[in-house]
Design a protein. Structure first.
Length: 429
């Protein structure tokens, strides 16, 4: 296979960073195609922990190229901080191995200010946004008033566009939300720094991508968040502002649909969610706390504790179907070790009726109650296991049932945080 897409099959935080890092060993390019720095990908290599928000996770491998495509919204300050942080740790990051689309929209300081002001005004009705300005930036993109990274090449024009935008943004910030206004001179001081530092990285990433496709190079597409947070297919309005489904790679990066050769759906061996919204299998008890503690379930970007619960195969089946996934990548199986009983949600009860789908109405979704199967738990340290036959018998049975219910076989199983702590069952490249 030449072009493989990785998506999260739940609400994000499935462990995409580690899986992308593993598959990058045989890939040539790694491409981020949607989202922004509201989602972090954590990976452990050689005992070192890395938290990446914008830079593609494959950057840790020498000889690979990372692309940030036009479908991504970019906070230049965060990107530069990430580049500098990786460089300080000895990771080579520069224009030679990281390319950023000139079509990617810029998250401006007023986007962040609006995001935080709106969320703060909602009280108990908060969506759970990270406050990073992602939504307001995508709003401006859809309204055709956004600023793109390529606009930094002409700072005079950039200033004119920013000044026009500030007229509206400051009215909202001061008049509606009682916040301080943004100052044009301060914005332009940032813009000059961005233009100087990021200019060498900017290019038409679509042309590079198409050239790589024509050359038959191995390309890995890295999605952010999870399918259940998709703007159109997720639990609206408790969703992100982009489309994490596999098909979004065509819009966000420009890869023709017929050029997609494989789709890998990441699924955690249990469920987690950050922020508000329905979560049928949520555990607000000692078991939920056990999963949170054992799995280190705290947001990479925000540090917020994640809500934890049993595996929900209604969710994963939906994602597998929406994305046309060929295989599953199962992560954090090791976290379940030590629990005497494991549960898997197979269906829901909605007002007494058994259903096998997620209602589109958010109020109906909130009334869904999971129908569980119970499975015996397992013990032991799984980190040294490299073959499924060496797993505890109950762990194998859990994986087998998981695969049956989710509708796809496993391609790999993660049994620890390090890249080497993995059982490989299918080679994508």
């Amino acid at each position: 296979m030449s072009n493989v897409v990785i998506v999260g099959a739940q609400w994000g935080d499935e462990g995409k960073g580690k899986v992308v890092d593993i598959l990058t060993r045989k890939a040539d390019l790694v491409v981020r195609f949607q989202g922004g720095n509201n989602a972090g990908h954590t990976l452990v290599a050689g005992g070192q922990k890395y938290a990446l928000r914008l830079v593609p996770s494959g950057i840790l491998h020498d000889g690979k190229t990372g692309l940030i495509a036009g479908g991504v919204v970019v906070d230049p300050d965060v990107l530069l901080e990430e580049i500098d942080g990786l460089s300080a740790r000895g990771v080579r990051v520069g224009p030679g191995n990281l390319k950023v689309s000139e079509k990617a929209h810029v998250i401006m300081p007023y986007h962040q200010a609006l995001d935080q002001a709106r969320e703060g005004s909602k009280g108990a009705g908060k969506i759970g946004t990270t406050g990073k300005g992602i939504g307001p930036c995508y709003e401006d993109k859809a309204s055709r008033i956004g600023l793109r990274l390529g606009d930094l090449r002409d700072l005079e024009s950039f200033r004119d566009q920013a000044e026009r935008a500030l007229g509206e943004k400051n009215q909202l910030l001061t008049g509606l939300y009682g916040q301080s206004p943004q100052k044009l001179d301060e914005l332009m001081a940032k813009a000059r720094l961005w233009a100087d530092r990021l200019g060498p990285y900017l290019t038409d990433t679509w042309r590079l991508l198409m050239a790589a496709v024509d050359q038959g190079r191995q390309i890995l597409f890295e999605g952010a968040q999870g399918v259940m947070l998709d703007l159109d297919h997720g639990s609206y309005p408790f969703v992100t502002s982009s489309n994490p489904v596999a098909g979004s790679v065509s819009a966000g990066a420009g890869l023709p649909p017929r050029k997609i050769d494989g789709i890998l759906a990441l699924v955690k061996a249990y469920s987690t969610r950050v922020g508000s919204g329905p979560f049928p299998t949520e555990l607000e008890d000692q078991t939920g706390e056990y999963l949170r503690r054992r799995g280190t379930e705290f947001g990479t970007v925000t540090g917020r504790p994640r809500r934890c619960g049993w595996l929900d195969t209604v969710v994963v089946r939906t994602s597998v179907t929406l994305c046309g996934a060929d295989h599953l990548a199962v992560t954090k199986l090791d976290v379940l070790a030590g629990l005497p009983e494991l549960k898997i949600a197979t269906h829901y009860l909605l007002d007494g009726e058994k259903i096998d789908f997620i209602p589109s109405d958010i109020r109906a979704a909130a009334r869904c109650r999971p129908v569980y199967e119970s499975w015996p738990g397992f013990e032991g340290d799984l980190s040294k296991v490299r073959k499924t036959e060496d797993l505890p018998a109950n762990a194998r049975r859990y994986l087998e049932r998981m695969s049956e219910l989710c509708g796809a076989p496993p391609a790999l199983v993660s049994v620890g945080p390090d890249r080497e702590e993995t059982i490989m069952l299918h080679e994508y490249f």
